[in-house]
Design a binder for this molecule. Structure first.
Ligand code: SF4
Ligand code: SF4
Ligand code: FES
Length: 693
């Protein structure tokens, strides 16, 4: 049982926190005041939080966001989601072995009356879009209540240690996500007309136009005139044999543990999914000193930005495109992963399996919008708006911008009448569109720089909505090729070697070639942020080109430490022939990513995978019903219990719909599950007793 806390982080401060003691299965354990039970357990090396009542398999966290219920433990006699429940000094925590017992009745509720709070606007969610909207509403002096279920605001921004893409002017590109969260939170707190409730969960939007909220353990009813759903998204899960093992995490859970709670939940990680989330998680893992064994992406090309993919490849993380997970292997916990090449129809190609030893698998295969609040508010007849991931899954830079638009739109509707466009400039809509653009064309390098001795090289060859490098040059020497946010950066002017473009680039995709002193052996300056793998003067590094091809080993000539930017600039002296090709150097040793000698092929079939983890229902059970013609999710639930578990069908709904599509069922034929009356579990004792006056 070790201590898995991160003591040093290259980007994040590691604050001293008050220590408290609690008990887990009669073992005394140390926690930090204010942290969640799940985080405290993992910090103590506990990954199994209980065993499933149906098959006895180990249960641990998946989402760390209150969505999946895999993390249930018994805290002081009450079953709770450990990822959302704060650990307290002296708390007695027990693993949930089978179905938890119903806690003893404490007598009638002491709460006699529910407080009702009226507000003009209720914002559900204090992430990038909710905060941005609250600022706009606050600027107009509109009475607003913002409710967030975490103890700090910022949503996914809090989890992001990398510098942001997007436009510097509109979405603070070049600044790190968690710094943006602090800035936005401060700005919201400064708005007099905006009240903020943290640690508060929205349960439901009722048909009488009242919204049930648990504010720090006390149930209240909010009566808003309008609602903005900025609740974000939940992670998608995947079907594969072994998907019920403990230590399979969603990317958000991983980032929560590593970047919010400063806990190292794994030593060897394998990532499934090459979108931006998976690629960034790989980078965050390296920053936290975690070995990243590899990343598999089913498409022939990663869906995330090329600069992200290139960055992790050259740091030493192999990316297996056209590969998918075949199985997670292990008895109770993940011990290894087997991946396989897939054809153009995503069918596994036999004989191409590779297995890797790893203790954790991270599933980063996309997000589903949390649209429930929008639907219920609509049904209740409350004017409702949506922003950020709750509206459409996109980058946080885009969420900030569309939150801003939503805030101003609501203000306009209130001040000037419904549907009024008021003072929202047309270019805002155009920018919002641009910021959520998918990556575009991949092009070649810019022409060489004849006659210049000092110049930046942009290893940024794919059109993405990003421009901070173009705004920092003191000589205004960097522009995008066509003047748009999506255009590739081009250098043309007089570089003075200020390094600003290297330090601001979120993709670490700019190097500087300096031939002023030596034209044959110029200096090349490379940005670097992986403090967990330190690089010092005199170290030998394997230099890499943009595609992670080796360019040779060279000694580090100098290291410049920009502590305020939390970035180092590593200088190497190299032959001129390779100077412009150098995009970075390998940081993680090659041996980390070597496959096992023989692939592990399990006897399980793909259809043995679980489709409903709460109730342990297999793909086969559900597929058989679909083949019999059942397309009603309620019937599938009644027959198999898939969707009846504590997560409220949040995990299996998408998986079953995908299965139906595979079986040729059209979206129109699918009958949706009947929505449960509250979206989040709540203990009955928070509600006033029916007899109380
Ligand atoms: S290093 Fe400085 S002067 Fe040179 S191109 Fe970059 S920002 Fe401009
Ligand atoms: S080089 Fe410029 S446009 Fe490309 S990722 Fe870096 S900052 Fe963005
Ligand atoms: S891990 Fe706690 S609800 Fe998903």
């Amino acid at each position: 049982m070790g201590n898995h806390r991160i003591k040093q982080h290259p980007i994040l401060p590691v604050p001293r926190k008050k220590e408290i003691m609690f008990e887990f299965n009669s073992q005394p354990m140390l926690a930090y005041e204010g942290e969640m039970i799940a985080s405290a357990l993992i910090a103590n090396g506990i990954y199994v939080f209980g065993h499933h009542h149906k098959d006895g398999s180990a249960q641990g966290i998946f989402c760390a966001n209150g969505q999946c219920a895999k993390c249930t433990v018994i805290a002081d006699g009450v079953p709770v989601k450990s990822c959302m429940t704060e650990v307290k000094a002296g708390m007695i925590v027990k693993s949930a072995e089978g179905l938890p017992e119903v806690p003893m009745e404490k007598g009638p509720s002491q709460r006699a009356k529910i407080e009702e709070i009226h507000t003009e606007v209720l914002i559900i969610g204090g992430g990038p879009s909710g905060l941005s909207a609250a600022i706009e509403l606050g600027k107009k002096g509109i009475d607003t209540l913002l409710v967030d279920d975490k103890h700090i605001m910022g949503g996914k921004l809090v989890l992001q240690t990398h510098k942001f893409f997007g436009s510097e002017q509109d979405s603070r590109a070049g600044t790190r996500g968690h710094d943006i969260a602090k800035l936005l939170s401060l700005e919201v707190r400064a708005q007099e007309s905006v009240e903020v409730w943290t640690n508060s969960t929205v349960l439901y939007v009722f048909s009488d136009k009242k919204v049930g909220v648990i504010k720090e353990g006390v149930y209240k009813l909010v009566i808003p005139k309008r609602i903005l759903n900025a609740a974000g998204a939940r992670e998608k899960f995947l079907r594969f044999p072994g998907n019920n093992l403990a230590r399979i995490y969603g990317a958000g859970a991983f980032q929560t543990l590593v970047n919010r709670d400063l806990i190292r939940p794994t030593n060897r990680l394998f990532i499934i999914g090459g979108g931006n989330v998976g690629l960034i998680a790989a980078y965050h893992a390296l920053q936290a000193g975690i070995e990243v064994v590899g990343l598999a992406e089913a498409m022939p090309q990663c869906g995330g930005y090329k600069v992200h993919a290139d960055k992790i490849k050259r740091l030493g993380v192999p990316i297996y495109t056209s590969h998918s997970i075949k199985s997670a292997n292990g008895e109770h916990l993940v011990e290894s992963v087997t991946i396989t090449e897939v054809d153009s129809k995503f069918q596994a190609i036999e004989g191409t399996e590779k297995s890797f030893a790893c203790d954790t698998i991270l599933v980063a295969v996309g997000l589903d919008s949390l649209s429930e609040f929008t639907l219920e508010a609509h049904a209740a007849g409350i004017p409702v708006y949506a922003a950020g991931d709750a509206l459409e899954i996109a980058e946080a830079s885009s969420a900030m911008f569309n939150g801003k638009i939503a805030g101003l739109k609501i203000a306009n509707d209130i001040l000037y009448g419904e549907g009024s466009e008021g003072n929202i400039p047309d270019e805002w809509y155009a920018k919002a569109q641009l910021l959520k653009s998918h990556p575009g064309q991949i092009k070649g390098y810019q022409d060489p720089h004849p006659g210049r001795d000092l110049f930046p090289v942009f290893h940024c060859l794919q059109e993405i909505p990003c421009n901070p490098c173009t705004t920092v040059c003191p000589n205004n020497s960097i522009h995008t090729e066509d003047g748009t946010l999506m255009g590739l950066p081009k250098y043309g002017g007089q570089c003075v070697g200020c390094f600003r473009c290297l330090l601001v680039c979120p993709g670490l995709a700019v190097t500087l070639v300096d031939m002023r002193k030596d034209k044959e052996m110029p200096n090349v300056v490379i940005p670097y942020e992986i403090g967990s793998i330190p690089v010092n003067k005199g170290d030998i590094v394997q230099l890499m080109d943009i595609d992670a091809n080796e360019l040779g080993e060279y000694p580090v000539f100098r290291v410049l430490d920009f502590k305020d930017r939390r970035t180092q600039l590593v200088v190497v002296k190299v032959p001129v022939a390779i100077a412009k090709k150098i995009a970075g150097f390998r940081a993680q040793d090659k041996s980390v990513s070597e496959p096992l000698e023989k692939p592990i092929i399990t006897t399980s079939l793909a259809d043995d995978a679980m489709i409903c983890l709460c109730e342990r229902v297999s793909v086969k059970e559900v597929r058989d019903l679909i083949k019999q013609g059942i397309t009603d999710l309620n019937q599938i639930k009644a027959i198999t219990r898939a969707g009846m578990g504590p997560c409220g069908a949040k995990t299996c709904d998408t998986l079953i719909r995908n299965l139906m599509r595979e079986e040729g069922v059209s979206a129109e034929e699918v009958v949706a599950n009947t929505r449960r009356p509250i979206f989040v579990e709540a203990t009955l004792d928070i509600f006033p007793d029916g007899d109380s006056k």
